[in-house]
Design a binder for this molecule. Structure first.
Ligand code: FNR
Length: 394
């Protein structure tokens, strides 16, 4: 059952206050991001904490991503905002909300039900979901659990072209609506939290369900993974990522899928232009959560110039650092069409499985809905730069 606007936020807080005041029931989970992370960490071991929390290098970009404070919302009054519409049209489908679950690998590190707990929450709330190539659940199983909920598949390009092609075919057959091609991770960044622990989850066979279940991948093995996991992991490590790729190689993806393609990981306006020239149907502004180039521009700093270059030609997704409704509002105002939620849902998952993800999503959507209404806007697609001012212009 989908949770519908209008007044998503008002209904949410009313329900929470009523329960507290009339039934004496406190919420099951904490509300503040830091407390949710602490609750999650109680259920995670040190390795999982290092994997999820960690940015690259000194974590400068990871930290700066979260600073949206240079942009200030200027609320407008008495504009009749009782009928708020949070829906957006994206790549051929209407999404109930301008918020999606970002592709986030190895969810088995967070909860035993892994992606199936997250997809359950998405289905319940009608929040679109993006499955990572590095998921703990196969793309077919995740799609089945999602039913009609909008779903995109994040594609990591194996250097083995047969496996790459097979992933694209499978995603289309399984009913995904779009391919998210992540271009900022031809290899993984310098992750000190993992390096100091000598920990890399894929070496224990975590997060490679799509590979283990792939016919082209299995064809390359002498023994099936069920009999020789070590060889399967070695093959995965050998073919994961391809640092030789150039924009011209996008034609390979274009040739092998009829689905729309989003290029995730764009930070420079010239790359946005190149992506469009090479056939991208959407652009994803992202720093990969500060996990790749430490010291890079933050995602919210990069967004305005990319949005100016794209100028409405294709939709833009935004992620990296979104922790609350006003962050999402600011990204939408600066040119994003939808926002991808990362660590907050991941910690919700570790904190309470599907119920934890639902808790985080409901609160995030309520916060965004209230922020939008209080800013004097009743339609999410009408949020634009006029709602914001940069601090240098105050
Ligand atoms: C990611 N991210 C990511 N992105 C992607 O395209 N494929 C992937 O498999 C993963 N895996 C992944 C794992 C973990 C643990 C994290 C934290 C992130 C990046 C993700 O999609 C998104 O860009 C960031 O999560 C956004 O940053 P915040 O908001 O989580 O800080």
């Amino acid at each position: 059952m989908s949770e519908e606007a209008p007044q998503f936020g008002n209904r949410r807080v009313r329900e929470i206050y009523r329960r507290g005041m009339y039934d004496g029931e406190m919420p099951d989970f904490p509300t503040r991001f830091d407390e949710i992370r602490e609750a999650a960490w109680e259920n995670m071991d040190e390795n999982a904490r290092a994997y999820v929390h960690g940015g690259s290098g000194g974590e400068e970009t990871f930290e700066r991503n979260k600073d949206f404070s240079r942009y200030r919302i200027i609320p407008r009054m008495l504009r009749g905002v009782a009928d708020r519409d949070l829906s957006v049209d994206l790549l051929g489908r209407t999404h109930a909300f301008p918020l999606m679950i970002t592709p986030l690998g190895v969810q088995s590190l967070l909860h035993e039900e892994a992606e199936l707990a997250t997809t359950g929450a998405c289905r319940e709330l009608d929040v679109p979901f993006i499955l990572s190539s590095l998921s703990s659940t196969s793309m077919e199983d995740a799609a089945e659990e999602l039913g009609e909920t909008p779903k995109w598949f994040q594609f990591y390009w194996s250097s083995d072209r047969d496996v790459a092609r097979s992933f694209l075919d499978r995603a289309e057959d399984a009913g995904y609506d779009a391919i998210v091609l992540t271009v900022d991770a031809p290899t993984l960044g310098w992750r000190e939290r993992l390096i100091e622990r000598g920990y890399y989850p894929f070496l224990e066979g975590e997060g490679i369900a799509n590979y283990l279940s792939d016919p082209a991948f299995r064809d390359r093995l002498d023994e099936p993974p069920e009999e020789d996991m070590e060889a399967a992991v070695d093959l995965f490590l050998e073919i994961f990522g391809d640092e030789s790729l150039t924009w011209e190689d996008l034609s390979f993806v274009r040739e092998h899928t009829d689905l729309p393609i989003l290029i995730k990981g764009v930070l420079h306006p010239d790359d946005a232009r190149l992506a469009i020239e090479h056939g991208a149907d959407a652009i994803g502004v992202s720093t990969h959560g500060g996990r790749q180039v430490d010291g890079s521009i933050s995602a919210i700093e990069a967004l305005p110039a990319v949005a100016e270059e794209v100028d409405g030609e294709v939709p833009i997704t935004f992620d990296s650092g979104v922790r609350r409704g006003s962050d999402a509002f600011k990204a939408l105002a600066l040119g994003a069409d939808t926002v991808l939620l990362g660590r907050p849902f991941a910690y919700g998952l570790a904190m309470g499985g599907q119920a934890g993800v639902e808790w985080v999503l409901r609160n995030m959507l309520a916060d965004l809905d209230l922020t939008m209404g209080l800013a004097g806007i009743d339609d999410v697609t009408a949020i634009d730069q006029s709602a914001l001012r940069h601090e240098r212009d105050l």
